[in-house]
Design a protein around this ligand. Structure first.
Ligand SMILES: Nc1ncnc2c1ncn2[C@@H]1O[C@H](COP(=O)(O)OP(=O)(O)OP(=O)(O)O)[C@@H](O)[C@H]1O
Ligand SMILES: CC(C)(CO)[C@@H](O)C(=O)[O-]
Ligand code: BAL
Length: 295
């Protein structure tokens, strides 16, 4: 069925209220927050939500609060017609596409800020980014009041931040992390992949290729410092790659692992996270390893 396009908060709330009234047996609502220009990664979130809920709200909103002044807010790719077609094929019930004025009718004076988890990884290179994310996600949560909300592990730090915000604020919403969907050659799907020229696209494969080597390197008993050096060396073999960060942290607390101890002895899940620029395009990727896999 073609999803209903909704641009106003009041109409969205009314649609959800009617759905809940008419479907008392299966009144679960799923929310999939996105910035649009949908790809198979987004579609996998929508499909999961539509399997687990009677109603799936897909939000598409390029949120100005989470972009820095020199970032790509203005040129972020947008294509409403294509997005609606992807949303329909994946089973969304409602596509919520508010304007900036609808989401921020007055200067925003309230910021949701999750301390600690947001000052590292992408938070260190994009100051204020996670305040923007936590604020808009919290607004979407209050607007939709979903039972479940679906987020991709490609943005593993975002999942940790949103899950912590949800717990800290006692929001009765189940945060569902979903696996990263990749191109057939391994590159993580991302709306920003369209910015890559053919040479950058080829060299960008080094992200997923470095991560694929991590389990073998851990078997060799590497410490965090040794692993970081190894991954950096591999990424630097691509002349167009400009490393922003390569880090290994515990997950979801994002704390440094015990120094000088082999990572294979970790008792906690480990996140190996990368951010690399190719020209003007910033790509991220990561691998989450659980103790059973690390040891
Ligand atoms: N390859 C992917 N696999 C699974 N989920 C994904 C993937 N890419 C993005 N998502 C998830 O989709 C949701 C919306 O993300 P967003 O609209 O920013 O897409 P994106 O492709 O990550 O874009 P960007 O290029 O801005 O990083 C987020 O929860 C994100 O983690
Ligand atoms: C969660 C989100 C939709 C908030 O704007 C965004 O950060 C994204 O697309 O991952
Ligand atoms: N998927 C993360 C959104 C952003 O880069 O702003």
């Amino acid at each position: 069925m073609t999803p209903k396009i909704v641009r106003h908060i009041a109409e969205l709330r009314e649609e959800i209220a009617v759905f809940r009234r008419l479907n008392p047996e299966n009144a679960q609502v799923g929310l999939v927050p996105t910035m649009g220009y949908l790809h198979e990664g987004h579609a996998s979130l929508i499909r999961r939500s539509s399997q687990e809920n009677g109603l799936t709200v897909l939000s598409i909103f390029v949120n100005p609060l989470q972009f820095g002044p020199t970032e790509d807010y203005d040129r972020y790719p947008r294509d409403e017609a294509r997005d609606v077609a992807v949303a329909k094929a994946a089973g969304a019930s409602i596509v919520f596409m508010p304007s900036v004025e609808e989401m921020y009718p007055e200067p925003n004076r309230t910021t949701v800020s999750v301390s600690g988890l947001t000052d590292r990884l992408c938070g260190a290179s994009r100051p204020g980014h996670f305040d923007g994310v936590a604020t808009v996600v919290s607004k979407l949560f209050h607007i939709v009041l979903p039972d479940h909300a679906y987020f991709g592990m490609k943005d593993a730090q975002q999942v940790a931040v949103v899950a912590r915000m949800t717990r800290d604020l006692n929001l009765p919403i189940d945060i569902v992390p979903c696996p990263t969907v990749r191109e057939s050659d391994g590159l993580a799907k991302s709306s920003r992949n369209v910015y890559l020229n053919p040479d950058e696209r080829k060299q960008a494969l080094v992200l997923s290729q470095s991560l694929a080597q991590v389990p073998g390197w851990l078997e060799d008993g590497m410490t965090e410092a040794e692993l970081v050096v190894r991954i950096r060396g591999k990424i630097r073999s691509q002349p167009l790659a400009n490393i922003e960060y390569v880090e290994v942290l515990t997950y979801p607390d994002l704390a440094p692992p015990v120094p000088d101890r082999p990572l294979s002895e970790s008792k906690e899940p480990l996140l190996v996270a990368l951010a690399v620029r190719f020209g003007k395009t910033r790509l991220i990727d990561n691998m989450l390893m659980f103790p059973a896999e690390v040891n």
